[in-house]
Design a protein around this ligand. Structure first.
Ligand SMILES: [Zn+2]
Length: 510
């Protein structure tokens, strides 16, 4: 066949074929990928020049930021909708770029939870010194690397260095107006597979912001934007650098953090810069792997752990002709897995109700799969709009493929009781709590079990938890007020605890 085909090609045709190949080679038309990379490279070069050139960028060996300001973490505020009361955050971050060392001293309040600690990454290990609980906690190496990368991007010079170090992934997305000015937008991919878009002001060539794409539980595909503002010149031993004095973080178009920042280039470093005094602190072992687990708490009462998502648990209660689930964490895919598991432990009954404890993203992320399943969502009055929006969110999941109308059951006057005569679950709004104004617990009076979210999480390893968090004190006070008889507290996060374990850890009576 081959020789026949060869014979069929006449000398003239063969000649013209060779000619067209030569023409293609001489024209050397670049592919879109090549052109995109070349123009991105030109934008990057201009941005680097605007910050003093490559040598100036490479002269940065270490950096210290001190920043403080307000935060409004998306889907993590005490209320589901604005106006939000701002949380606060203050951090000092030291990065030793040559030796991959990081120290971050942090104090913040987030939805009623106070954090005061120091994270140190040094010689490949990452440790969290928790100054509230006086404990030293090991952290996953990947988390340290991720934080180091994120902090590095917060200085435009180092952001551009990240782009240079991953030059093969550089592409030009195009030109777009941002803050009323034309910008060139280029993108690169980090070794951790994060795709970062960089907005370079077409006139000043300064970096105005960078973006990362993420999937928002409410609005689907979104960008997380990090804005640099108020550039000023700062001196250091090798000369001067232009650094931003404000940082603004936006998720899905909403401002989630606003900081004033002071930046020090090449601060003096010693080995003690990364040492944290921790005399008398408890040394805590890393918990083992958090494996999927189903525990039967009582007849017809189950807690399903780490199935929808890691460190997220749901309660399933079997009634005569249906099932109640409390908590729909994770994502639609995670919830699909959870629903399948519930059907194997309680076969042949429909999930008629799904109750959520509060409106935070990690507690409602799987709700759409329960809606697709036909379950009625039980929640408090303040969450009506949010849940309605979630049901209509542009997400690629089962509810999109098999649309189903949202059925809502709003808890009236802080209490809704489900009972089939032999088994009873009381859904009680124990808010207002500093964590969430409306916060529901599931109370099983016969079994003396209380299922709660976030107000108390027993750690996976034995360790002190420090001064009681205001959210836990408020919870304990409400349980006493409502005179709930509790033997066992089962958390959405962490391990379950007896009431005496709860009291020993928190110094709170129930
Ligand atoms: Zn929460």
């Amino acid at each position: 066949m081959e020789s026949h085909a060869m014979r069929a090609v006449t000398p003239v045709l063969l000649l013209s074929m060779i000619g067209s190949v030569q023409a293609q080679q001489t024209q050397n038309p670049e592919t879109l990928t090549e052109r995109s990379q070349a123009s991105a490279r030109a934008v990057l070069d201009r941005a680097i020049q605007a910050l003093g050139g490559t040598a100036s960028l490479r002269s940065i060996e270490a950096v210290r930021y001190h920043f403080e300001g307000q935060t409004w973490t998306r889907l993590q505020m005490p209320t589901p909708a604005a106006p939000f009361e701002a949380d606060t955050q203050e951090q000092t971050v030291l990065l030793d770029l040559d030796n991959n060392r990081m120290r971050a001293d942090q104090r913040d309040i987030n939805a009623g939870v106070e954090t005061y600690g120091t994270v140190v990454m040094n010689a490949g290990t990452t440790v969290n010194y928790n100054h509230r609980s006086r404990a030293v906690l090991p952290m996953a190496a990947a988390l340290g690397t991720q934080q180091f990368g994120a902090h590095t991007r917060r200085l435009p010079q180092l952001l551009l260095r990240q782009a240079l170090d991953n030059i093969g992934t550089l592409r030009h997305l195009g030109r777009e107006d941002f803050a009323g000015k034309p910008h060139e937008v280029i993108t690169f991919v980090t070794p951790q597979s994060e795709q970062v878009s960089v907005y370079v002001d077409a006139a000043s060539n300064l970096v105005s912001k960078y973006e990362l794409a993420y999937v928002d539980p409410l609005t689907g595909d979104e960008a997380s934007e990090f804005l640099f503002g108020d550039y000023t010149s700062t001196s250091y031993a090798s000369g001067k650098q232009l650094v931003p004095r404000t940082w603004t973080d936006r998720d899905a178009g909403a401002t989630v953090a606003s900081f004033r920042v002071q930046t020090e280039i090449n601060p003096a470093l010693t080995d003690t810069s990364f040492e944290v005094p921790h005399e008398g602190y408890a040394s805590v072992e890393a918990p083992g792997p958090l494996e999927e687990q189903v525990e039967q708490l009582a007849d017809g009462v189950f807690v399903l752990r780490h199935i929808a998502a890691r460190n997220q648990h749901s309660l399933a209660v079997e009634f005569k002709d249906h099932i109640l689930v409390v908590e729909a964490p994770g994502t639609s895919a995670g919830a699909d897995k959870l629903i399948a598991r519930i059907k194997t432990i309680i076969p042949g009954k429909p999930i008629r109700y799904v109750a959520i404890t509060h409106h935070h993203g990690d507690h409602i992320g799987g709700l759409r799969s329960f809606i697709a399943e036909g379950a009625t969502v039980i929640t408090t009055p303040g969450n009506r709009q949010l849940i309605t929006a979630l049901a209509q969110a542009p997400q690629f999941d089962r509810l999109r493929e098999q649309p189903r109308e949202l059925k809502l059951l709003i808890i009236d006057k802080g209490k809704h009781v489900l009972s089939d005569g032999s088994r009873t679950v009381e859904l009680l709004d124990i808010g207002p709590n500093p964590h969430a104004r409306e916060l529901v617990v599931a109370y099983l009076p016969q079994q003396r079990i209380l299922f709660e979210a976030d107000v108390f999480s027993k750690p996976y390893t034995t360790r002190p938890i420090g001064p009681v968090q205001p959210i836990t004190a408020s919870f304990a006070a409400r349980v006493r007020e409502l005179d709930l008889k509790v033997d066992r507290i089962v958390g959405v996060h962490g391990l379950s605890a007896t009431s005496s374990e709860f009291s020993a850890l928190t110094k709170q009576k129930l």
